[in-house]
Design a protein around this ligand. Sequence first.
Ligand code: NAD
Length: 263
Amino acid sequence: MNLSPLRIGIAGIAGRVGRLLCEEISSTHATISGGTSLSKDLLNLTCQVPVFDEIEALINVSDVIIDFTNASITGRHAKALQNSQTAWILGTTGISDEDQNLIEETSKTIPIVQAANFSPGVALMIRLASEMAKALPAENYDVEILEAHHRQKVDAPSGTAIAIGEAIAKGRQVDLKQVQEVGRYGVTGARKKNAIGFASLRGGQIVGEHSAFFISDVEEISLTHKAFDRRIFARGAVRSAFWSVDKPAGLYGLSHVLGLDSI
Ligand code: NAD
């Protein structure tokens, strides 16, 4: 039995979520082994730990990596982790299809917990959206997904909105890419019967809001989640890091960590 504290490395340690990860891990019995960052944003980092330029150096001193960085480096991280025995908690969004395939390949050798949103409320919302999609047929109910985020967000629709859309598409047994309508503009023609629509708002410092609307001719039912503080994502990721210890290789979601799959 290994009694030494879990060593957690934070990729993106100086970011909005990375800084909160420092605080959250500090209040557990784990240690922060270090972080990675683009050097220019290290100002006022409260967490006094080594910061590396390369992910490989961080992996060398860590049992698990929590990654909230940028999709442009996810592929590189996947390759660096591929042959190691280091678990990966992946929160970065906006990941390309090619890199997502690489993540799936990598999960054959290490445990990966990937979630577009590490809040328990959103994990439950995704589950409920899938159940609603099974119960409310596409012939009668139009689905629209609305998300709102802070002005600095670089990808749209948000990874969470896409995850909600995928859950609804799965519930309807269709491929999201075949039915999605993203960012309508101009003369679009009438809404397609089975479409899943997406709209994105960007402004101020909105942490993250998501709604899924099921709209028929005679009623509307909707689910809404609002994150008030990004600490909720940091907490979910830290919980996932502890959960990942001793898990076999595989691609997991927050629903596995929370045990929602058994509901
Ligand atoms: P941020 O811009 O504040 O921080 C990003 C961090 O990544 C910075 O420290 C930056 O230095 C680092 N970084 C960026 N490019 C890098 C590179 N090439 N090499 C090394 N480090 C690099 O962003 P944020 O708000 O903390 O969000 C980070 C990511 O997490 C985004 O993709 C965002 O959409 C996602 N996110 C996910 C969740 C979730 O629950 N899964 C919640 C919030 C944000």
